[in-house]
Design a protein around this ligand. Sequence first.
Ligand SMILES: [Zn+2]
Length: 377
Amino acid sequence: MKGNKTTGAILLACSLLIAFIAGKEFKKMREPEPIVKGEGVTQVKMLSEYFPDIKGTNMDTEIYVLKGKEKGGSTLILGGTHGNEPSGLLSAVLFIENAKVDKGTVYVIPRTNNSGYTHNDPQEGSPQRFTIKTKDGDRWFRYGSRATNPLDQWPDPDVYIHASSGQQLSGNETRNINRAYPGRPDGTSTEKAAYAIVQLIKNEKIDMTIDLHEASPEYPVINAIVAHDRAMGIASNTVMNLEFEDVAIGLEPSPVSLRGLTHRELGDFTDTYAILMETANPAQGRLRGKTNEALVVTGVDPTYVKAQKLGRLFVPFDEKGHPLDERVSRHVGSVVELIKVMGENEPEKEIIIENVPTILEIRENGIGNYLNKVTKN
Ligand SMILES: [Zn+2]
């Protein structure tokens, strides 16, 4: 009897220790990475200002406003729709920390599904954080999840039914904000966040919304722009202009039957031009090898080189991989071009934006060169 008690006490102590260590790691993901406002940021708002129901929840998120002196058009840049697609977050951060707007207004949300950054996907072995070297030391960022944290929305149904269309998807997609648009004020946490984004677009009369994503190299829609019907003109001119700069990028029309996504629902439910972009992230691919911080940042993976030789990929893939620098340069360069084309087509929607590094500069100097110094208060 005494022996049983001792064994029990040891087992209890061990499980408490494991719970403590795991809990500490899990809690670390609640701490947001520092974002250092650049000179161009005129205001920082919270998404809950457009839908107070999400105030104080993990669905609330920061909106950085860069407003020019002169009146013009407006654009909303959505980074971090999916927390495991880091080029979206980093591109948004690059705009926040560098861009200066002379005319019009640029709204940037770096973590669109903020809750997705508080955990990462189970059984994927993803790192919780990765670091970027800058001239002032390392900057760290979280590698989050595609979905809302189950602590913020639970349990998942067996089948997720998209509210406005009745489209059916697997149950875990109920926590994917990019299947939840246009959202519902009385829906799930994820639907409420989507609803808040729609209110922001309507209230601020956003002319163009650009949602930044990544996908695995074996996914057919990659290095591509997906555009809503009304945004096809802007998107096709942009693709042509980027080709002159030697950036190969595909153009896909937003499928009418695919519901809940930004490029479909934001275009249908608001007056915004809705655009989504994808870059190639081997760290989220099914064919990847070792999953670690290096893979996230360098995008180098010998397994993908092999897959490319077998003709299984939709992007070129050699020993140089697809580094985060290249992926961010694509997003940033395309956003600048989309904004320029919109202003050329419709002068009343012109936005004049300065000090954003070019595609070539980001590739040559690296993202770290355009991240500001973090100073502790
Ligand atoms: Zn995505």
